[in-house]
Design a binder for this molecule. Structure first.
Ligand code: UD1
Ligand code: CA
Length: 450
């Protein structure tokens, strides 16, 4: 059965108290919309339509950045979830498969649950994803009759008795395109909010002699984000889930509660992550790598056997090969560090290539930025960069070369050369004591003046 996904993201998200549209608020460094679209991508949908409305251009652009293939439908005024789905109809003209409706503000629906919904569609015309909540709050309630779903009642419109129901609506719904769009045509807005509720589909389906059923999932998957408080709860839930699944995958986390993941962090089996490590987007840590405490890693790849930190910062484009050592207070950006190289202390390496077994001494800097443009530093294999070497790019340093510590290197260094770029030292015998005496006298005179 071919499937199309419709993701509703037109709402303003008034309860977020924010100028940013709700769908673009982030969990684990990715917009809510990204999370919804990632879940949907597991279905190999024929088409994905994102319905945008509030700040439509900004949300549409974000959606296209996440997946250039998505179709955009506009809902100019937000008249309710059924009205939002209706706006996707022209984009799905001629489509005859199933439609799955997701909400952009419900980011954690699992692939397994989506597969369960697809299976349930074999036995029912309309399938709604529900969950049992200990504290059902303002969620819509599912009114059932045995295994059949009778109707969904919004909290605002529910009677006291209906509010006692703990089986809630997640918002996810599946039906054939034909059934869904023909039911939506008949939905009215005679309710407290004066909105066209998608949830009214259920009652209409039943009246038309169709069957409706509920697929249940864990409440953790259906967490809806409506406020900043919900966003904080969702972030914590994401992090806890990411920690326990990486532990289950064989990663050692020395203090799990202090490690923060991004939506796309990948860590191989047997890697060790020490305390207080933060992963920004695009981090890949291979099996057997060791990330030491207080490191910050984003857009970077760390190969097996490499050690990073404590207190290291890897920025986008940092490529750390096997058995490399990146030590404390070292920042690496857009640089390839080849096998066995060492950058152990207090250095900045950016826009650079560092060859195998090269050692970068403490306090060394690739001076890559001239105030206008970035330039590259290319360092060969087995090079020894003396401590506090400033490498003014563009620059090439050949294999097996050495730079004297304290050098400012402005010209290329041939292979095997020793480059010394600093003033010669002069020792003035006995001058130290004289200098101190002179300074003391000056101070005395100054104090008397006061
Ligand atoms: C909705 C459900 C409720 C369910 C809850 C689960 C309806 C009527 N209610 O309530 O039963 O328990 O989700 O989280 O469906 N949207 C549009 N256009 C609109 C209105 C909403 O695109 O005109 C989008 C929003 O951006 C959001 C989603 O639809 O992504 C849900 O809207 P929201 O207003 O958050 O609905 P809830 O009150 O949470
Ligand atoms: Ca909501």
């Amino acid at each position: 059965m071919s499937i199309a996904v419709v993701i509703l993201a037109a709402g303003k998200g008034t309860r977020m108290e924010s100028d940013l549209p709700k769908a673009l608020h982030k969990i684990a460094h990715a917009p809510l919309l990204t999370h919804a679209m990632r879940a949907a991508s597991s279905l190999s949908a024929e088409k994905t339509v994102v319905v945008v409305g509030h700040k439509a251009d900004v949300v549409a652009q974000a959606a296209k950045e996440i997946n250039p293939e998505v179709l955009i439908a506009r809902q100019d005024t937000q008249l309710g979830t059924a009205h939002a789905v209706a706006q996707a109809c022209p984009s799905l003209d001629g489509f005859e498969g199933d439609i799955l409706v997701l909400y952009a503000d419900t980011p954690f629906i699992s692939q397994q649950t989506l597969a369960n919904i697809q299976n349930a569609r074999l036995d029912a015309d309309l399938v709604v994803l529900g969950f049992e909540a200990r504290d059902p709050g303002n969620y819509g309630r599912l009114v059932t009759d045995g295994s059949q779903l009778k109707r969904i009642v919004e909290f605002k419109d529910a009677s006291e008795q209906e509010r006692q129901i703990i089986l809630c609506n997640s918002g996810v719904m599946a039906a054939s395109a034909h059934d869904l769009f023909s039911m939506i045509e008949h939905i009215g807005n005679e309710n407290i909010s004066k909105e066209f509720y998608l949830t009214d589909c259920v009652e209409l389906a039943r009246q038309a002699g169709k069957t409706a059923s509920v697929v249940k999932c864990d409440a953790a998957e259906t967490l809806g984000v409506n406020s900043r408080a919900d966003l904080a709860i969702a972030e914590a839930a994401f992090q806890n889930h990411a920690r326990s699944s990486s532990i289950a995958d064989g990663v050692t986390l020395l203090a799990p509660d202090t490690v923060f993941f991004s939506f796309d962090t990948v860590i191989g089996r047997g890697a060790v992550i020490e305390q207080n490590v933060v992963f920004g987007p695009g981090a890949t840590i291979e099996s057997g790598a060791h990330i030491r405490a207080f490191s910050h890693i984003e857009g970077a790849h760390v190969a097996r056997g490499a050690t990073v930190g404590p207190y290291a910062r890897l920025r986008p484009g940092a490529e750390i090969s096997e058995n490399v050592r990146i030590g404390n207070f070292v920042e690496v950006k857009n640089a390839q560090i080849a096998q066995g190289a060492k950058i152990n202390h207090l250095s900045y390496v950016g826009n650079a290539e560092i060859g195998q077994e090269t050692n970068i001494g403490a306090g060394s800097v690739t001076c890559n930025y001239d105030g206008v443009m970035k330039h590259k530093t290319k360092i060969g294999s087995r090079v020894f960069i003396g401590s506090n070497t400033m490498m003014v790019a563009p620059l090439k340093i050949g294999d097996d070369a050495i730079t004297a510590s304290g050098s400012v290197i402005t010209r290329d260094v041939p292979a095997k050369a020793l480059a010394v770029g600093r003033a010669d030292q002069v020792n003035k015998i006995g001058l130290a004591g004289k200098l101190i005496n002179l300074l003391k006298k000056r101070k005395q005179r100054k104090d008397l003046d006061l």
